[in-house]
Design a protein around this ligand. Structure first.
Ligand code: SAM
Length: 282
């Protein structure tokens, strides 16, 4: 017996039920993954709700659902993640950009308002989401840096996609500041900040797909942030800013680690958690 082709609406409803035990957002996942299989947007999917899905597209969609049931993040299945005002290419070589990291972009843009053509360094850049989002909205010269050559390859894909003609983006493979030279008006970072204990607790299910180096910040979780804070003022112009995302309880240890830097402010996220810190070179 031939199976009759399913309609978009039926597939979304059925898949929502199938994903209930595997995702906190089963309907959203079903819609995004079906939109991907049909090579349309989520909005485009809503306009096709009563249409039948081809056998090939349904097969592809089913393969996506099997991956999702293995807890693979939707962003790795679609190779896309929205961040700030753009969609970034992602795969397992990089951390999937998180919405809370957008606070760093917003704060940096407010600092850049009065300093056009500033030199910006984004260390621990991963997909390049922070530096590239800032460059999209502000006219700056950008250096993207990461210890992982694989992450830099992904950052290059995003740079080519968002700035096809720009010659103002450089890429440096570097263990923090080791291969960095020159001084910058602004340095941004979202360093790894999970402790050994956090890694045991959180790197299960979805996090297991992301690169471990993107999470592990040393035994206490603060080691990489402390190293950055020790060196960053050597790479800042006088009066320059360093904006960094903070780990859990990250603001508790900030006062003791100042080194040629003044803590300007700590930015809270919408749930009142200290999310990022802004330092100024003194
Ligand atoms: C939390 S992820 C942040 C990625 C990206 N900036 C974002 O916000 O989505 C941390 C990044 O730091 C990089 N990293 C880890 N240790 C590093 C080191 N010692 N020097 C430079 N980069 C490092 C990892 O490869 C990873 O890409």
């Amino acid at each position: 017996m031939f199976k009759t082709a399913s309609k978009v609406a039926e597939l979304v409803d059925e898949t929502e039920k199938k994903l209930k035990n595997f995702s906190e957002t089963p309907r959203l996942d079903a819609e995004i993954l079906l939109a991907k299989a049909l090579e349309t947007s989520r909005f485009g999917l809503f306009t096709k709700y009563t249409e039948k899905v081809s056998e090939e597209a349904e097969e592809l969609f089913n393969s996506f659902i099997e991956r999702r049931k293995n807890f693979e993040p939707v962003a790795y299945i679609t190779n896309e993640k929205e961040f700030f005002e753009d969609t970034f290419y992602v795969d397992r070589r990089v951390l999937i950009p998180r919405p809370e990291t957008e606070f760093i972009v917003e704060k940096t843009l407010s600092l850049l308002k009065n300093s056009p053509k500033e030199d910006l360094l984004d260390i621990c850049c991963g997909s390049g989401c922070i530096g590239l989002s800032i460059k999209r909205a502000a006219d700056c010269r950008l250096t993207l840096s990461d210890i992982s050559s694989e992450a830099l390859e992904v950052a290059k894909i995003n740079a080519a996609k968002l700035f096809p003609c720009s010659t103002e983006i450089s890429f440096v493979q570097s263990d923090l500041f080791k291969n960095i030279s020159g001084k910058f008006g602004i340095i941004t970072a979202n360093p790894p900040y999970l402790s050994a204990k956090d890694m045991e607790k959180f790197v299960v299910k979805e996090l297991k797909f992301e690169p471990e180096d993107a999470f592990f910040g040393g035994d206490t979780g603060f080691e990489i942030t402390e190293k950055i804070l020790n060196d960053v003022s050597n790479f800042l112009k006088s009066g320059g800013y360093f904006i960094t995302e903070l780990g859990f309880e990250g603001s508790a240890f900030l006062n003791k680690t100042l080194n040629g830097l003044e803590l300007e402010n700590v930015i809270k996220d919408y749930s009142g958690i200290d999310r990022a810190a802004v330092f100024r070179k003194i």
